[in-house]
Design a protein around this ligand. Structure first.
Ligand code: PAF
Length: 288
Protein backbone atom coordinates (compact mmCIF):
# COMPACT_ATOMS: atom_id res chain seq x y z
CA UNK A 1 0.00 0.00 0.00
CA UNK A 2 1.24 3.47 -0.91
CA UNK A 3 1.41 5.94 1.98
CA UNK A 4 0.36 9.41 0.95
CA UNK A 5 1.78 12.20 3.07
CA UNK A 6 1.16 15.91 2.66
CA UNK A 7 3.43 17.60 5.19
CA UNK A 8 6.94 17.45 6.60
CA UNK A 9 5.99 15.70 9.84
CA UNK A 10 4.06 13.00 7.96
CA UNK A 11 6.98 12.43 5.61
CA UNK A 12 9.51 12.29 8.45
CA UNK A 13 7.39 9.70 10.29
CA UNK A 14 7.05 7.32 7.32
CA UNK A 15 10.66 7.92 6.21
CA UNK A 16 11.93 6.94 9.67
CA UNK A 17 9.97 3.69 9.31
CA UNK A 18 11.62 2.67 6.01
CA UNK A 19 14.43 0.17 6.61
CA UNK A 20 17.20 -0.27 4.01
CA UNK A 21 17.76 2.00 1.04
CA UNK A 22 15.46 4.64 -0.41
CA UNK A 23 15.24 6.05 -3.93
CA UNK A 24 13.39 9.25 -4.73
CA UNK A 25 11.65 10.21 -7.97
CA UNK A 26 10.83 13.92 -7.98
CA UNK A 27 7.93 14.95 -10.19
CA UNK A 28 5.49 17.77 -10.77
CA UNK A 29 2.70 15.22 -11.19
CA UNK A 30 0.71 14.54 -14.38
CA UNK A 31 2.51 11.22 -14.36
CA UNK A 32 3.06 9.41 -17.66
CA UNK A 33 5.08 6.42 -18.82
CA UNK A 34 8.29 8.44 -18.63
CA UNK A 35 7.73 8.80 -14.88
CA UNK A 36 6.82 5.11 -14.65
CA UNK A 37 10.24 4.28 -16.17
CA UNK A 38 11.86 6.41 -13.45
CA UNK A 39 9.89 4.63 -10.73
CA UNK A 40 10.80 1.21 -12.11
CA UNK A 41 14.48 2.13 -12.25
CA UNK A 42 14.22 3.48 -8.70
CA UNK A 43 12.74 0.17 -7.57
CA UNK A 44 15.73 -1.67 -9.08
CA UNK A 45 18.16 0.56 -7.21
CA UNK A 46 16.70 0.70 -3.70
CA UNK A 47 14.51 -1.15 -1.22
CA UNK A 48 11.90 1.62 -1.12
CA UNK A 49 10.66 4.26 -3.53
CA UNK A 50 9.40 7.72 -2.60
CA UNK A 51 7.70 9.82 -5.29
CA UNK A 52 7.31 13.54 -4.73
CA UNK A 53 4.50 15.42 -6.48
CA UNK A 54 4.89 19.18 -6.27
CA UNK A 55 4.41 21.88 -8.89
CA UNK A 56 7.26 24.13 -7.82
CA UNK A 57 6.34 27.79 -8.31
CA UNK A 58 9.99 28.83 -8.01
CA UNK A 59 10.93 27.29 -11.35
CA UNK A 60 8.21 29.02 -13.41
CA UNK A 61 8.93 32.45 -14.87
CA UNK A 62 6.43 35.26 -15.37
CA UNK A 63 4.10 34.35 -18.22
CA UNK A 64 4.92 30.64 -17.99
CA UNK A 65 2.34 27.90 -17.40
CA UNK A 66 2.33 27.67 -13.57
CA UNK A 67 -1.46 28.08 -13.29
CA UNK A 68 -2.24 25.95 -16.34
CA UNK A 69 0.20 23.17 -15.43
CA UNK A 70 -1.84 19.93 -15.22
CA UNK A 71 -2.67 18.87 -11.66
CA UNK A 72 -3.96 15.29 -11.60
CA UNK A 73 -3.22 14.02 -8.10
CA UNK A 74 -5.87 11.26 -7.99
CA UNK A 75 -4.62 9.76 -11.26
CA UNK A 76 -1.01 10.17 -10.09
CA UNK A 77 -1.78 8.29 -6.88
CA UNK A 78 -3.37 5.47 -8.88
CA UNK A 79 -0.17 5.19 -10.97
CA UNK A 80 1.96 5.13 -7.82
CA UNK A 81 -0.27 2.51 -6.20
CA UNK A 82 -0.07 0.34 -9.34
CA UNK A 83 3.74 0.71 -9.42
CA UNK A 84 3.97 -0.22 -5.74
CA UNK A 85 5.51 3.10 -4.73
CA UNK A 86 6.03 3.06 -0.95
CA UNK A 87 5.45 6.75 -0.25
CA UNK A 88 4.01 9.68 -2.17
CA UNK A 89 4.94 13.07 -0.76
CA UNK A 90 2.43 15.55 -2.20
CA UNK A 91 2.98 18.73 -0.20
CA UNK A 92 1.45 22.16 -0.63
CA UNK A 93 3.71 25.18 -1.03
CA UNK A 94 3.71 25.86 2.71
CA UNK A 95 5.14 22.39 3.47
CA UNK A 96 8.01 22.95 1.04
CA UNK A 97 8.60 26.65 1.71
CA UNK A 98 7.26 27.21 5.25
CA UNK A 99 8.45 30.84 5.35
CA UNK A 100 6.93 31.76 2.00
CA UNK A 101 9.25 32.58 -0.91
CA UNK A 102 12.64 31.32 0.32
CA UNK A 103 15.13 34.16 0.68
CA UNK A 104 18.09 31.76 0.49
CA UNK A 105 18.20 29.82 -2.78
CA UNK A 106 20.56 27.66 -4.78
CA UNK A 107 22.24 29.48 -7.68
CA UNK A 108 22.67 27.16 -10.63
CA UNK A 109 25.73 29.07 -11.91
CA UNK A 110 26.86 29.55 -15.52
CA UNK A 111 25.41 26.27 -16.83
CA UNK A 112 22.04 27.34 -15.42
CA UNK A 113 22.12 30.48 -17.56
CA UNK A 114 22.76 28.83 -20.92
CA UNK A 115 20.42 26.85 -23.22
CA UNK A 116 17.15 26.40 -21.26
CA UNK A 117 18.38 28.96 -18.76
CA UNK A 118 18.75 31.61 -21.44
CA UNK A 119 15.09 31.29 -22.44
CA UNK A 120 13.93 30.69 -18.87
CA UNK A 121 15.94 32.97 -16.58
CA UNK A 122 16.00 31.72 -12.98
CA UNK A 123 14.39 28.39 -13.93
CA UNK A 124 17.29 26.23 -12.78
CA UNK A 125 17.81 28.20 -9.57
CA UNK A 126 14.20 27.26 -8.77
CA UNK A 127 14.72 23.64 -9.78
CA UNK A 128 17.91 23.21 -7.74
CA UNK A 129 16.38 24.95 -4.74
CA UNK A 130 13.41 22.57 -4.61
CA UNK A 131 15.60 19.56 -5.38
CA UNK A 132 17.79 20.50 -2.41
CA UNK A 133 14.80 20.89 -0.09
CA UNK A 134 13.30 17.59 -1.24
CA UNK A 135 16.62 15.75 -0.88
CA UNK A 136 16.86 16.98 2.70
CA UNK A 137 13.28 16.03 3.50
CA UNK A 138 13.28 12.60 1.82
CA UNK A 139 16.88 11.64 2.76
CA UNK A 140 17.26 9.22 -0.19
CA UNK A 141 20.28 7.11 -1.10
CA UNK A 142 19.49 7.47 -4.82
CA UNK A 143 17.71 10.19 -6.79
CA UNK A 144 16.42 9.20 -10.22
CA UNK A 145 15.95 11.80 -12.98
CA UNK A 146 15.01 11.56 -16.66
CA UNK A 147 17.64 12.14 -19.32
CA UNK A 148 15.02 14.00 -21.34
CA UNK A 149 15.70 17.02 -19.13
CA UNK A 150 19.39 16.67 -19.84
CA UNK A 151 20.45 20.08 -18.55
CA UNK A 152 18.48 19.55 -15.36
CA UNK A 153 20.19 16.19 -14.87
CA UNK A 154 23.64 17.73 -15.46
CA UNK A 155 22.86 20.51 -12.98
CA UNK A 156 21.58 18.11 -10.32
CA UNK A 157 24.87 16.21 -10.67
CA UNK A 158 26.74 19.51 -10.22
CA UNK A 159 24.55 20.37 -7.22
CA UNK A 160 25.32 17.17 -5.32
CA UNK A 161 29.00 17.35 -6.30
CA UNK A 162 29.54 21.02 -5.53
CA UNK A 163 27.52 21.05 -2.30
CA UNK A 164 28.66 17.59 -1.12
CA UNK A 165 25.19 16.12 -0.87
CA UNK A 166 25.48 12.41 -0.18
CA UNK A 167 23.16 10.91 -2.80
CA UNK A 168 23.68 8.92 -5.98
CA UNK A 169 22.11 10.56 -9.04
CA UNK A 170 20.82 8.18 -11.68
CA UNK A 171 19.77 9.22 -15.21
CA UNK A 172 17.12 7.21 -17.07
CA UNK A 173 16.72 7.14 -20.87
CA UNK A 174 13.89 9.13 -22.46
CA UNK A 175 10.63 7.29 -23.09
CA UNK A 176 9.05 8.13 -26.46
CA UNK A 177 5.64 7.90 -28.10
CA UNK A 178 5.46 5.54 -31.09
CA UNK A 179 5.90 8.59 -33.38
CA UNK A 180 9.13 9.52 -31.59
CA UNK A 181 7.89 12.45 -29.48
CA UNK A 182 9.51 12.38 -26.04
CA UNK A 183 6.90 11.91 -23.31
CA UNK A 184 6.24 15.14 -21.43
CA UNK A 185 3.37 16.46 -19.36
CA UNK A 186 3.41 19.49 -21.69
CA UNK A 187 2.51 17.34 -24.75
CA UNK A 188 -1.07 17.59 -23.46
CA UNK A 189 -1.08 21.26 -24.56
CA UNK A 190 -0.58 20.34 -28.25
CA UNK A 191 -3.55 20.38 -30.64
CA UNK A 192 -3.69 17.52 -33.17
CA UNK A 193 -2.16 19.67 -35.91
CA UNK A 194 0.58 20.92 -33.57
CA UNK A 195 1.20 17.38 -32.46
CA UNK A 196 1.93 16.37 -36.07
CA UNK A 197 4.33 19.29 -36.48
CA UNK A 198 6.01 18.50 -33.15
CA UNK A 199 7.30 15.23 -34.62
CA UNK A 200 9.94 17.32 -36.36
CA UNK A 201 11.69 17.72 -32.99
CA UNK A 202 12.56 14.02 -32.49
CA UNK A 203 13.01 13.69 -36.27
CA UNK A 204 15.72 16.37 -36.12
CA UNK A 205 17.49 14.36 -33.41
CA UNK A 206 17.25 11.14 -35.39
CA UNK A 207 18.51 12.82 -38.57
CA UNK A 208 21.48 14.25 -36.67
CA UNK A 209 22.25 10.86 -35.17
CA UNK A 210 22.12 9.20 -38.59
CA UNK A 211 24.34 11.90 -40.09
CA UNK A 212 26.89 11.44 -37.30
CA UNK A 213 26.80 7.66 -37.78
CA UNK A 214 27.47 8.24 -41.48
CA UNK A 215 30.60 10.24 -40.64
CA UNK A 216 29.32 13.83 -40.42
CA UNK A 217 31.35 16.29 -38.37
CA UNK A 218 30.00 18.63 -35.67
CA UNK A 219 29.09 21.43 -38.07
CA UNK A 220 27.18 19.11 -40.41
CA UNK A 221 25.37 17.35 -37.57
CA UNK A 222 24.05 20.69 -36.34
CA UNK A 223 23.14 21.73 -39.88
CA UNK A 224 21.12 18.57 -40.49
CA UNK A 225 19.11 19.01 -37.27
CA UNK A 226 18.42 22.71 -37.98
CA UNK A 227 17.29 21.88 -41.51
CA UNK A 228 14.74 19.31 -40.33
CA UNK A 229 13.22 21.85 -37.92
CA UNK A 230 13.20 24.61 -40.54
CA UNK A 231 11.60 22.36 -43.17
CA UNK A 232 8.81 21.27 -40.82
CA UNK A 233 6.98 24.61 -40.92
CA UNK A 234 5.32 25.95 -37.79
CA UNK A 235 8.19 24.77 -35.60
CA UNK A 236 10.17 27.67 -34.20
CA UNK A 237 13.63 26.50 -33.12
CA UNK A 238 14.82 28.10 -29.89
CA UNK A 239 18.24 26.43 -29.85
CA UNK A 240 20.00 23.50 -31.47
CA UNK A 241 23.32 22.83 -29.75
CA UNK A 242 25.96 20.16 -29.83
CA UNK A 243 27.54 19.84 -26.41
CA UNK A 244 29.91 17.79 -24.30
CA UNK A 245 27.94 15.03 -22.50
CA UNK A 246 29.52 15.86 -19.12
CA UNK A 247 29.43 19.63 -18.65
CA UNK A 248 27.20 20.48 -21.64
CA UNK A 249 29.81 22.96 -22.93
CA UNK A 250 29.46 23.55 -26.70
CA UNK A 251 31.88 21.43 -28.73
CA UNK A 252 34.21 22.98 -31.33
CA UNK A 253 33.66 22.51 -35.07
CA UNK A 254 36.66 20.12 -35.20
CA UNK A 255 35.49 18.06 -32.20
CA UNK A 256 35.30 14.28 -32.61
CA UNK A 257 33.76 11.86 -30.11
CA UNK A 258 30.60 11.48 -28.00
CA UNK A 259 28.36 14.51 -27.80
CA UNK A 260 24.76 15.40 -27.05
CA UNK A 261 22.52 17.25 -29.47
CA UNK A 262 20.14 19.44 -27.46
CA UNK A 263 17.01 20.82 -29.08
CA UNK A 264 14.36 23.28 -27.95
CA UNK A 265 11.52 24.45 -30.16
CA UNK A 266 8.18 26.13 -29.87
CA UNK A 267 5.14 24.58 -31.56
CA UNK A 268 2.21 26.96 -31.16
CA UNK A 269 2.37 28.06 -27.52
CA UNK A 270 4.11 24.88 -26.36
CA UNK A 271 7.85 24.71 -25.82
CA UNK A 272 9.35 21.26 -26.36
CA UNK A 273 12.82 20.01 -25.53
CA UNK A 274 14.61 16.87 -26.59
CA UNK A 275 18.14 15.51 -26.85
CA UNK A 276 20.02 12.68 -28.46
CA UNK A 277 23.44 11.16 -27.87
CA UNK A 278 25.60 11.13 -30.99
CA UNK A 279 29.17 10.20 -31.82
CA UNK A 280 30.73 12.88 -33.99
CA UNK A 281 33.29 11.93 -36.61
CA UNK A 282 36.57 13.81 -36.97
CA UNK A 283 36.54 16.48 -39.70
CA UNK A 284 37.22 15.10 -43.16
CA UNK A 285 35.76 11.64 -42.48
CA UNK A 286 32.27 12.48 -43.74
CA UNK A 287 30.40 10.08 -45.93
CA UNK A 288 27.19 12.11 -45.26
O1 PAF B 1 11.61 17.55 -13.74
C1 PAF B 1 10.70 17.99 -13.01
O2 PAF B 1 9.56 17.54 -13.06
C2 PAF B 1 11.00 19.12 -12.04
O3 PAF B 1 11.90 20.02 -12.59
C3 PAF B 1 11.49 18.61 -10.66
C4 PAF B 1 12.82 17.90 -10.76
C5 PAF B 1 10.43 17.70 -10.07
C6 PAF B 1 11.67 19.80 -9.72
O4 PAF B 1 10.48 20.49 -9.53
Amino acid sequence: MTHVVRDRAGLAAVRDGLPGTVAVVMTMGALHDGHVALVRRARELADHVVVTVFVNPLQFGAGEDLDAYPRTLDADLAVCERERVDVVFAPDAHAVYPHGQPSVRVAAGPLGQRLEGQSRPGHFDGVLTVVTVLLHLVRPHVAVFGRKDRQQLALVRRLVGDLAIDVRVEGVPTVREPDGLALSSRNAYLSEAERRRARAVPAAGRAADQAAAAGAGAHQVLGVAREVLADAGGVEADYVALVDPGDLAPVDADYAGPAVLLLAARVGATRLIDNVDVVVAPPGVSGA
